[in-house]
Design a protein. Sequence first.
Length: 372
Amino acid sequence: MKILKNLTTSIFCLLIIVALLTTLTSSCQHKKQDKEMNEPKFEYEGNICSPLGYPIDVYEGGLESSSGSTSLYLGVTTGRWGSNGGGMSHSEKAVPKRLNVTWLAYAEDTFYTIDCDIDYDKMLRLFKEGYQDRMWFLNDGRYQTDTFNAIVVGFAPGGVVVIWLNGAGMQVEIGRYQGKKIVIPQSEIGGLDNHERLLFDPEYRKETMLNKEIVPIEIQEANKNKPIPYGLWDSYRKRYSWRPIFTQNTFGDSTMTVIFTRLDMFNGEFGSLFDQSLVDNEFIKQAVPKRVNFGWKDKKGQVYSGTLNFDEKEIFDAYKEIYKEDDEALAELVFQINIPNTFITVMLKSKDKEVHINKGTKVEVFKSDRKF
């Protein structure tokens, strides 16, 4: 009788423990679900890119958030490093926390895979803050705050992955991540449909690299018999403290006023300076510029604009020379406009030395119909 009583007591205690554990588990699950339901959501799409000449194709996977997965299965890339060619799945959803994707790098004839956390906090902050857009005004004359609307995932040779947050007027790097090589088992390939199986066809891969719509003829010729420049896209990410300066060859007071400037960097970032940010023109630790576009007006209010596309080797050599002794030095990228407003020269200048960047720089100047 005593044994039966002890057994009954033990079973009762066990049932209480099970009930408590079930309640705690259920409570944790509900809290997790409530937290996920209360996560901020934003309108955005996922997109992919790769350097021109090094196309990739996503085999499976995408950006993972509490809202689900945003697929990056978007076909072969044809754009440039950092470009946002327009993706899919543009909808309101939570900010992604992980990247889980497998892709084919055609030039390397290799599959890579990655499954890692990404910088959720940085993306969430940028989505919330947005950025000032000089193209749009509010009723009180202030510039409108625009929002980011795409997450661009870039795949470079060697399994390098870079993520940017993209908007019409600004693109910001979120982080750099590393994939690893993978071999897809034959048992998995055998279960694919005909279209998916194309990625494993050597002839299809070869045709893709020879397709001038994917890899332009001039790029094919330039890369012919050359090794893949592994590490190049990491070198684009090096930042220096510099700012743009605009001057004109005049005597006495300046006769020109800069209205805005847009900076496109080799690392895929871009942004603009205008109004107060142009007045402040602070030194910013940023990548080497690939393209600079700016507008100015003369003393009569005539508006002009100039675009400078830099030769990659020339401008990187200039930055290496200026920062050779001190990576933390301050430098100014000086744009000098001639008096007729028809041409622009440029040099990189520090406290101790200067390097002219004019041999390979392509310069275009336009005279606008506008005056103000």
